[in-house]
Design a protein around this ligand. Structure first.
Ligand code: ATP
Ligand code: MG
Length: 652
């Protein structure tokens, strides 16, 4: 962005008040919320210190809440000690939670396995003993490259039990991506499986792992292999070991190692939407505190909930909201191995009915994909167990939000649109379902203790409600990243340098309306400059999605002699409109955008497609579309790209 601010051109007037029934039973009501906000503002140390003492079990109490002596390398509760796995498991064993389901897992083929807290504790302790035997100690890095099976969760918690630092690499990634991540963290051990199932196909995980370890001089001594598919795999003598053999005589008792609150719990790479992924480092104490608090506040989690976060454990959403957050608060979490459309587009809804899911958290990409296929699918299932819906990962277009609210939530369930990042550890801007009236497409307001702002190029807060700018966070919070693994310079450069360490710079653009609601406008890197107007991608895309023929859209700029940039829109049609005349539709869509948000945003060209290039976590990679729209060859990092074929097709 140059000196000019972004302009917001989309107005969304719909507001959904909090349902009284929901508010009455909510974990946070308006008074409690106001009190938390006030305390956070006036007495941050007391605010965070009290929450950390209430929420977590400490082996050694901390005496200092925040150490900012080396800012922006902040340290939280830095002389306290705890163990994350003990907080997620052991401390529930002395209560009735011991015999409650911690994990309910459903495999792609429909198999169901359930682990109570007591059982999970035993499995984790046994595998921690295995790790110990293999020489893993506190501070060692362990790479985990597994399908979405309960053993992936067991492996992560076993690392945490010993203070080993896990680095989970999504099971859909290539050998190359795995190799890069192993190299970066210098992992000593790799935990993988023979293979995994994905949308009816077999993924060859062990084969990829072998390829990743082909080159001499890598850091991995041993590879533990879980038998999942039963396919033939090569086992290298002296290096490769079967999970089930190692577990056979492993003892179910293993003391949890107390670690410093600042000890890294894990390294996790970002999605790579805007460039080469960054190895984000999270702490033990602060991260777990923020995971637990946001579970209670935003998901309103209750002991009787069946909570389902559809994210794979290979993403931060899977770390915070399919594992650490729910277990820290003693919840029942459903894990799912498969994808939303296998064996058919009713899978998610069938599972909600089957397991009586009450809180459901998924991504806009899934909502749009299912919306595209029509209301018949959810219509076949009983969704009455649901009481709260959530989304994360990308801005949700207001029309997709409406569909989710109406068709899935039956206008009964609040939708929490949660804005956060791998870097933030947990939600930062999100509704409190018993407190916050909802506006479709807005992630609403900051959570207690979080102080975001929107600033211009000089770092000054933007004025007015139509001006957008850089989304920044002005004060540190316990769940924030500590650094980029092995690269403090990249940490400073990416998140702090822009405004001389004054703010955390998220990399997104946003604006704030008259009610103080935040609206994410897109990535800073994707801002369009049309005839001197700076526009975010989100509003134009949402205008397109508000046309009845459109399920999903992505817009990018390409150089234009007169206007600076012309707008190219890539559009996916709803199933019911794929037969429509394309020329007429192109004109209709351009007209529609022009009327919805103004002639300045009218796309210059529209390209219809069945697919968009996405990261494997389901985010549109506009940087690739930009290259395609400009007719350039793609030379960028595509290690996290899901669908290479789409890029090839669009490039033609
Ligand atoms: P990279 O940083 O490597 O480019 P990434 O930013 O996609 O990848 P993640 O940390 O997985 O990696 O995603 C965080 C980003 O996702 C946010 O910066 C934001 O752009 C987007 N996002 C997440 N949740 C929301 C939301 N509720 N509304 C709008 N955008 C969201
Ligand atoms: Mg990012």
């Amino acid at each position: 962005m140059s000196g000019i601010q972004l302009e917001s051109i989309l107005t969304e007037a719909r507001v959904f008040p909090v349902h009284e029934d929901f508010a009455r039973q909510a974990n946070l009501n308006s008074e409690q919320y106001a009190a938390l906000c006030r305390r956070a503002e006036e007495d941050p140390s007391g605010f965070w210190g009290d929450l950390a003492r209430q929420e977590l079990a400490w082996d050694k109490p901390f005496t200092q809440v925040l150490d900012d002596s080396r800012a922006p390398f902040y340290r939280w509760f830095a002389d306290g000690e705890l163990n994350v796995a003990a907080n997620c498991l052991d401390r529930h064993l002395s209560s009735p939670t011991r015999n409650k389901a911690a994990l309910i897992w459903e495999g792609e083929d429909g198999e169901v396995r359930t682990f109570t807290y007591g059982q999970l504790h035993r499995e984790v302790s046994r595998f921690a003993n295995v790790l110990k035997k293999l020489g893993i100690t506190t501070g060692d890095r362990v790479a985990i490259y597994m399908p979405m099976v309960p053993e992936a969760a067991v492996a992560m918690l076993a690392c945490a039990r010993l203070g080993a630092i896990h680095s989970v690499v999504f099971g859909g990634f290539s050998a190359e991506a795995l190799k890069d991540r192993i190299e970066d963290t210098q992992a000593k051990l790799l935990i993988t499986a023979d293979g995994g199932f994905r949308a009816g196909r077999v993924v060859h995980l062990k084969q990829h792992a072998d390829q990743a370890l082909m080159r001499d001089g890598h850091s991995v001594d041993k590879v533990v292999v879980l038998r999942r598919t039963g396919q033939e795999v090569d086992m290298l003598d002296g290096r490769d070991l079967w999970w089930h053999e190692l577990m056979q005589d492993a003892e179910p008792q293993c003391p949890a190692v107390s670690v410093n609150a600042e000890h890294p719990l894990f390294v996790l790479y970002t999605s790579g939407s805007t460039g080469k992924p960054k190895g984000i480092v999270h702490s033990s104490g602060g991260y777990l505190l923020w995971s637990a608090l946001t579970m209670r506040w935003v998901f309103d989690i209750k002991p009787e909930d069946v909570y389902w976060c559809t994210a794979d454990i290979g993403w931060v959403t899977g770390h915070t909201y399919a594992l650490y957050g729910p277990l820290a608060v003693g919840a029942t979490v459903l894990l799912f191995e498969g994808v939303p459309t296998y064996p058919d587009a009713g899978r998610f809804w069938a599972m909600i009915e089957r397991h009586g899911v009450s809180v459901f958290y998924t991504a806009p990409t899934a909502v749009r994909a299912l919306m595209k296929l029509g209301e018949e699918w959810p219509g076949k299932y009983d969704l009455s167990s649901l009481r709260l819906l959530g989304t994360v990962g990308e801005p949700i277009n207001p029309e997709a939000w409406m569909w989710y609210y109406r068709v899935i939530g039956k206008e009964r369930c609040p939708v929490v649109d949660t804005w956060w990042q791998t870097e933030t550890g947990g939600h930062l801007i999100a509704p409190l379902p018993g407190v916050t009236p909802l506006k479709p497409g807005s992630c609403t307001r900051p959570l207690p203790g979080i102080f975001p702002d929107i600033v211009d190029e000089e770092g000054d807060p933007v004025q007015g409600t139509e001006a957008g700018g850089y989304l920044v966070v002005k004060r540190p919070w316990p769940g924030m990243l500590r650094t980029v693994w092995g690269n403090d310079a990249r940490y400073l450069e990416t998140y702090w340098a822009k405004f001389q360490n004054r703010y955390y710079v998220a990399g997104d653009s946003a604006h704030r309306d008259a009610d103080g609601y935040y609206w994410i406008m897109g990535r800073i890197d994707d801002v369009l400059n049309v005839s001197g107007h700076r526009l975010g991608t989100m509003e134009i895309e949402s205008a397109l999605v508000s046309h009845p023929a459109v399920a999903e859209a992505a817009v990018v700029g390409r150089p234009h002699e007169i206007k600076g940039e012309a707008i190219t829109a890539f559009v996916i049609l709803r199933q019911s409109h794929v037969q429509d005349d394309r020329d007429r539709l192109t004109e209709a869509l351009r007209q529609h955008v022009s009327e919805a948000i103004g002639p300045i945003a009218k796309p210059d060209d529209i390209r219809f497609t069945d697919n968009l290039p996405k990261t494997r976590s389901g985010k549109i990679m506009r940087r690739l579309l930009r290259a395609i729209a400009r007719g350039e060859e793609i030379t960028q990092d595509t290690s996290t790209l899901e669908n290479e074929e789409t890029v090839r097709q669009l490039g033609r």
